[in-house]
Design a protein around this ligand. Sequence first.
Ligand code: SF4
Ligand code: SF4
Length: 219
Amino acid sequence: MKLPKVRELIEAIKALIKGPYTSKFPKEPHQPHPNFRGQPKFNDKKCVGCLGCEEVCPVGAIAHTDEINDKGVGVRTMIHYTDTCIFCGQCEAACIADNEGIKLSNDWELSFFDRKDAYETIKKELALCEMCGEPIACKDHLKWIAEKIGELTYSSPTLYLARLKDLGIIDDNIISALKNGGHISSQANEPPSGKNTRDDRVKILCARCRRKTTLTTKK
Ligand code: SF4
Ligand code: SF4
């Protein structure tokens, strides 16, 4: 009879005392190692919708759509495709929100009956250009920029108006009054003229409309 080697004997004794190395999944839930690299998850309270993670993802597992709903509210949907992700962690490493807008999780149960269901989303509200109506950036992203650059925020009407409106310090009537020498008029509720003159500079504008208002004078 062939005798077991010493190493095999030690392992057999250890297995008898400690139990098997393998888990009893699916009979018992499997607990992954704390450092296991599982599915990245968005955190909608931290994410500012900057699209940085989408830029760096090497396999295109992150995408977004921008839509304006029936009420005129712009919504950005951030999408993570579970079936495409390779769990490299680049999205978390590049996230501007202190690496907490998206984070690798311990989630490893990623099977789906239908591959079309293999995605997760979060939604962020967009700031829209007050001249052309096109999305500028997510409101949370403008707020993030304003907090980062501090008093320099006041060099950009788009940034300071978005910030002051967010804080509830200023509204369209006050902006209208500022442009009319302190007299509040009904102008705030009037539709945009579409002429893009310098009178329109004190507005939340996209880069293209800001350029037009800077270069165009009223005739
Ligand atoms: S972990 Fe890597 S592959 Fe997956 S979404 Fe993030 S960057 Fe893309
Ligand atoms: S804040 Fe982070 S998670 Fe959100 S879009 Fe930007 S990089 Fe991606």
